[in-house]
Design a protein around this ligand. Sequence first.
Ligand code: ATP
Ligand code: MG
Ligand code: MG
Ligand code: MG
Length: 479
Amino acid sequence: MKSQEIRSKFLSFFENKKHAIVPSAPMVLKDDPTLMFVNAGMVPFKEFFLGNAEPKNQRVTDTQKCLRVSGKHNDLEEVGYDTYHHTLFEMLGNWSFGDYFKEEAIAWAWELLTEVYGIDKDILYVTVFEGDDEDGLPMDSEAYDFWKKHISEDRILKGNKKDNFWEMGDQGPCGPCSEIHVDIRSAEEKAKIDGKDLVNMDHPQVVEIWNLVFIQFNRKANGSLESLPNKHIDTGMGFERLCMVLQGVQSNYDTDVFTPIIREVETITNKDYGKDEKVDIAIRVISDHVRAVAFSIADGQLPSNSGAGYVIRRILRRAVRYGFTFLDKKEPFIYRLVDVLSEKMGKAFPELKSQKQLIENVIKEEEQSFLRTLEQGLILLNRIVEETKDDIVSGEKAFELYDTYGFPIDLTSLILSEKGYTLDENGFKKELQKQKDRSRAASEMSTDDWTILIDDSDQEFIGYDTLEANVKIARYRKV
Ligand code: ATP
Ligand code: MG
Ligand code: MG
Ligand code: MG
């Protein structure tokens, strides 16, 4: 089944269950002081759950563009290294605002997966909330009993608060959730494992695809829970992962969501995907990141030196760096992938078509200017090497290169090792830590879903790129 069809089957399935199909909200949030990007399907509906607004429809379904590169959900460092975390991805969802609840949500999820999509029941697992003493909550036996009607009990696993209780933040709507996982290991592989060891949700090929959240409590300011008069359903399924399962492949990058982009990277760079792990990682990084950057620009968020724009710039530079280092691309080429991307996804997301020219121009310019930075950094690095007496380059020197010129540390390390030098990595880490401490003192953040961002107005931009998880913390200092 082609990805287009997979997406439309999801939407029409819920349309038939009386859901209104709504378009994806823009990915970049402009008026939310707590969050830069939509990172889950529920974000655009937050006000309904909080009771601050009334929905027009009590049942809604959509595919939402999500970006997980900052705050609580930051998957950036995984991207390229595993095959199922992306920066930008689509989250398919169905919603009940005070309408149906657990029984229907569970029954319909099951019907869609096993009957409409035809997934073999024997490769599915589900989880339910095991309960929590601190909150005085018992196991979610309602969910357990509804699941029992569909799936054998040895495939219903209990999960803790971390995985199976969803909260919006310190306060507000929350509730237990059930996740659906798919075992995509081959039959031969499974035949080698016996009995109960087969149930192994930590295996990299047992992949979470869908999260059904049952919003039934409100967390009060004093930390206690009260039952909500109106109960809600919030579900999110990773579209690219679903495509992987339905297309019978082992990686999201082997689905038709990604293969046209990967083929194009291969053609442009004259490298093959699937032969060398480093090259493969670079190709995955680039194929992923071009989507995030293109969708962002299409939403009107251009790369820049602060806020959301800086996050986008950093994603693009990560892609350029992998191309430069592992695919030997010293001139702009990522912009050339926009054509196939907009061809492939322009039907579901018309903004990619209408903004194509802008997206290409912006990416090309960004690539050009960062490649110049990289070249300058190379010259400086050569000078550092000439001045180095023994064969160890100090952490301070590498940090200066990184901090002042935006020269990525992994590139420094790679080039040094090619020249027969080693980098004092501990020294570098110490310098980085010192800078982090300085920045932390100057900023404030929360680690919840709703990250409080530091105000840009009194921040001075001090560098180009960083390996740090939280961009804003690492790269700005108060002036
Ligand atoms: P994981 O444990 O794999 O990181 P999650 O529990 O963080 O996933 P949820 O917040 O439950 O994910 O989001 C709902 C669904 O969105 C997941 O079940 C998964 O299919 C998909 N998803 C989550 N993060 C990503 C990502 N970075 N890239 C692609 N799909 C994702
Ligand atoms: Mg995650
Ligand atoms: Mg998870
Ligand atoms: Mg989850």
